[in-house]
Each structure stands twice: as C-alpha cells, then as structure tokens.
Design a protein around this ligand. Structure first.
Ligand code: ADP
Length: 298
C-alpha cells in the first residue's frame, strides 16, 4: 500500500495570506488526523490534495502518481467529503446516490442497485433511503456524504471538518463509520476537534499558520510531555493573573470552577499537581508553545 507523500507544499493567496508554508508529510494507510485551529491551512491542504486548487510550489505523490499534475488519475481514486456538503433537498438519498453512480460510470442498472444498496446499509441510511435529503439531520447528511464519497471505491478519502455541528450520538456513529474505512485506505480527517483525532487516528499532524508543528503517533506525542503537565482548580477571578504567569494549556470548567493545565519542566509548586497529559495538552502546547517542526520518535 502506497503512502501519500507531500513535499514542501506552499500556497500564498492573492491577498498575501500564506496558507501553506513548506508543508511536508507522509501519510500512510489508516486514519490520519490533520489537526489545527480555524485558519491553520487545513482546507487549503485538503483542497490541494483533492485537485480542487493549485499550489504555488511543492509536490504531492501517491505511488507513481504525481498528484498535482495527473489530476484526472487522482480523481479516479479519490473520495472527498467537503466541509459543507450540499445536497439537493427535494430528492431522496437513494435517487441521488443512484444518479451519482451513473455519473461515476456505473452503467449497469443491476450493478448500480447493488452498489447503492450496499452503501446505504454501510452508512446506516437504508431505512431512511426514501426520505428527502432536506429532512436529514446533520449526522445523516454527513453519512450520506461518506456514501457518495465511497461510490468509486476510493484509495484516498479526504474528510474536511466532518463532525462540526453533530450531536454526540451522531458523532459517535460517524466515528464508527470512519474507523471502518481506514484499514486499507488512506483516510485524511481534517479537524479542529482534538477528540476526533484522539478517538480515531493512528497518525496525525498538528498544523498552525500553514506550518506543521508536530507529526507522528498521538500516543507517542502524549508520552513526550509526560511529567510536564500540572493541574490546579482556581477561582474565575484568578484566571487572568495565572495566564500572565504560566503557559496555560487548557482551562476547562468543572462544576463552574476553572481547572487549568500548565506545561512546566519542573514542579511549579503553588498548589499545582502533576497530571497525566492527554492529546489536548499536546495540541495546546504546540499551538501556544510554538515549537516548530518536531516529530514524535516512533
Ligand atoms: P482551515 O481549514 O484550517 O480553517 P484554511 O485553509 O481555510 O484554514 O485557511 C487558511 C488561511 O487562508 C486563512 O487565513 C484563510 O483566511 C485564508 N484563505 C483561505 N481561503 C482563501 C482564499 N480563497 N482567499 C484568500 N485567503 C484565503
């Protein structure tokens, strides 16, 4: 199974925004999480790989394919679920999938019926197949998006911010679906939600301002800040002064009280207790800590 190799990819928009700055990543089969805050450059990267926009420089290769040049070849092996998946509201999932299957070149009616039914089952939409898409929930629309992305048996699947706006049950169902896809395919999941990556991905990269801050295995990344994360419950009124004094990774509320996590090489005292780090701590230590270009040792 080939990996997707991204080398020195750069893109500056005409307004001067440098959305990608020398991005290099190797993406093997399985679920790959591309994690970063809004504006980090995730969609630009996803759209470039999906051949929907041009880069200024760099290379993307997949086996023998030069993906930025052989666009038609890429499109044949690609399943893409964009951030906002527009559907025709007045037709049913079954009819639209059937129609898209025709466009994909599945001309035999019998074969089309089989493919469409299998995908509706796989995405758990079979019961709702005759319902108009306009009446689908956010989660159902996303699962329909996966169904259409799977029509051509893709080797490379790109899903851009798929869980935004889903309720916890829908998100779970979507996670389960994605995790089934990942085994023999490259699935790139772009998200600003740390939990998406924690739950699903064996490899990941954190990007911000168009640059890769960290790449590797999530668990390994967590181990690298082991022993350096400290936690304390404080009063709301104290938050600002703590922010001035410490590198705060996360401030969560627990029963209305802020619990802060800080990154510190040595015990900070002052009532802080050492805690086991999680991926969120890794994420915020990269985003706020500004370490550029590190790689977790595998
Ligand atoms: P993300 O998907 O991580 O939110 P994007 O790739 O959408 O990030 O955006 C990266 C940066 O590029 C942002 O600063 C965004 O405002 C800018 N950007 C995105 N698309 C365009 C565009 N078509 N023209 C100009 N700037 C853009």
């Amino acid at each position: 199974m080939n990996s997707l190799i991204i080398s020195n990819l750069s893109k500056t928009y005409s307004n001067g925004v440098k959305a990608l700055n020398n991005v290099s990543l190797e993406i093997p089969s399985g679920m790959f999480g591309l994690l970063g805050p809004n504006g980090a450059g995730k969609s630009t990267l996803m759209r470039t790989i999906a051949t929907l926009q041009e880069a200024d420089g760099g290379k993307v290769s997949f086996g023998n394919l030069d993906a930025l040049v052989q666009k038609d070849e890429v499109r044949k092996i690609l399943g893409y679920l964009p951030q906002e998946f527009g559907v025709y509201p007045k037709i049913s999932a079954e009819v639209l999938l059937n129609h898209l299957a025709v466009l994909k070149g599945i001309t035999s009616r019998k074969e089309r019926k089989e493919v469409v039914e299998a995908l509706l089952h796989k995405t758990n939409l079979y019961e709702a197949r005759k319902k108009n898409l306009g009446g689908y929930s956010g989660g159902m629309k996303q699962r329909f998006g996966i169904a259409q992305a799977l029509l051509s048996n893709p080797k490379l699947i790109i899903v851009d911010e798929p869980t935004a706006g889903l309720d916890p049950a829908e998100r779970n169902r979507f996670y389960n679906l994605l995790s089934e896809l990942g085994e023999n395919t490259i699935v790139i999941l772009s998200t600003h939600i740390v939990e998406d990556v924690k739950e699903l991905c064996t490899n990941m990269a954190i990007i911000n301002r168009g640059e890769v801050l960290l790449k590797g295995n999530p668990q390994k990344a967590i181990e690298q800040i082991e022993g350096k994360v400290y936690s304390k419950t404080i009063r709301k009124s104290e938050l600002q002064s703590y922010k001035k004094e410490y590198t705060i990774l996360a401030d969560r509320l627990f029963q209305g009280q802020p619990i802060i996590h800080i990154l510190s090489e040595s015990a900070p005292g002052n009532g802080f207790k050492q805690v086991a780090p999680d991926l969120e701590d890794v994420y915020f230590s990269e985003i706020f800590g500004g370490n550029s270009g590190r790689e977790t040792s595998n």
